[in-house]
Design a protein around this ligand. Structure first.
Ligand code: SF4
Length: 360
């Protein structure tokens, strides 16, 4: 397959009626599909994150027996909550559930809109849409991995689904074909996901022969379905070596400002240069700044990981004499506190505090 951007094909409105009819006749009988109670739907959605349906069923039943209402969950002892979650993994989900339950109780009930739900701890774009649609009949498209797979196959879309732009475009397309009747809205998201989970499956060949949307599926017609969706491997992070100088002078340490644009724009940092300077090259750099090295005190390496770059830093702590460049500031411990030094320099910030403390 070539690299052409094929996303010009849109999800057709004809996608929806056969999908809903198929769902009504074939959907798996799952307990959270029998309720409109936002609490029960919400608990199921959180449990289903990163967890298979079969594994969730038992936990879901026990959890709701122990905490039958959002008030019961809000007031639950943490130990009991964690015990009931034991084995499901991703424990922050349970903590966030309780935090959100407390917020819901304080508000006097569940928010009934996408925006309101999104404000609750642990509820992201997908979960907010899923609850808004299933519990409140709102026309909000919930897009998970299953939906991404179905839509990219039906529209023969070869864009990278890990790119947020692709996800956004797909959400808009799904939104456009959502039904308008309340009963249909409540099941539409589940129906698309169910198709992805049971027919348009991720591993192995999709079961196109029993698929309700086979007639309009471009991935099937063009023979590309099995190569979709496209997930581009993340680019490896670039590694940048740096040498950081903690220059101490009479109870003060040198700081300089980062440029107004780019990474960590406008924040303060310790003077540094590109590359890993060794013990011979480092003094030459200090001299080049117009300073005289007096006493070498420490060498500290540190690493900081940004989204696209990793800094590997070699740091030297030394006493100096002289002024250094005009734009630098020489700060005492209080001054250091008052300047915004990014956490990328945390190791050196701690060292500077220690050194300045020692000198008091
Ligand atoms: S026809 Fe095949 S590829 Fe297309 S949506 Fe159905 S199962 Fe998936």
């Amino acid at each position: 397959m070539n690299d052409l951007d094929l996303t010009t094909e849109k999800l057709p409105a004809a996608f929806t009626p056969p999908l809903l009819a198929w769902y009504r006749a074939n959907a798996r009988d799952l307990p959270w599909r029998h309720t409109r109670d936002p609490y029960r739907i919400w608990v199921s959605e959180i449990m289903l994150q990163q967890t298979r349906v079969a594994a969730v069923l038992g936990y879901y039943a026990r959890f709701l027996e122990a905490f039958p209402s959002v008030e019961a969950l809000a007031n639950a002892p943490e130990e009991r909550l964690m015990k009931l979650w034991e084995g499901l993994g991703y424990y922050s989900r349970a903590r966030n559930l309780q935090k959100a339950a407390k917020a819901v109780v304080e508000m006097g009930g569940f928010p009934d809109t996408y925006d309101g739900l999104l404000k609750l701890p642990g509820i992201g774009d997908y979960t907010a849409s899923a609850i808004a649609a299933a519990a409140f009949g709102r026309r909000e498209a919930a897009v998970d991995g299953n939906v991404l797979r179905v839509v990219t196959r039906v529209t023969d879309c070869h864009d990278d689904i890990l790119d947020p732009k692709t996800k956004k475009a797909i959400r808009e397309q799904v939104q456009a074909v959502m039904p308008t009747g309340e009963a249909d809205i409540r099941i539409f998201c589940q129906a698309t996901m169910e198709l992805g989970a049971t027919v348009c499956v991720p591993n192995g060949s999709p079961k196109c022969e029993v698929c309700p949307v086979r007639e309009l599926c471009l991935g099937r017609i063009r023979g590309t379905a099995e190569s979709l969706p496209v997930k581009k491997p993340k680019k490896a992070r670039k590694i940048e070596e740096k040498t950081v100088f903690l220059l101490l002078r009479e109870g003060r340490v040198a700081l300089c400002r980062r440029p107004d644009t780019g990474l960590l724009a406008g924040l303060w940092e310790f003077p540094n240069v590109e590359g890993a300077l060794d013990e011979k090259a480092a003094p030459a750099q200090v001299t080049a700044w117009g300073l005289e090295p007096k006493q070498w005190k420490n060498k500290l390496t540190a690493k900081h990981i940004f989204t696209h770059v990793e800094w590997h830093m070699t740091g030297y702590t030394l006493e100096v004499a002289g002024d250094g460049p005009e734009e630098w500031e020489w700060v005492d411990p209080a001054g250091l506190e008052a300047h915004a030094v990014p956490s990328a320099f945390a190791r050196y910030y701690a060292e500077a505090r220690e050194q300045l403390g020692e000198q008091k």
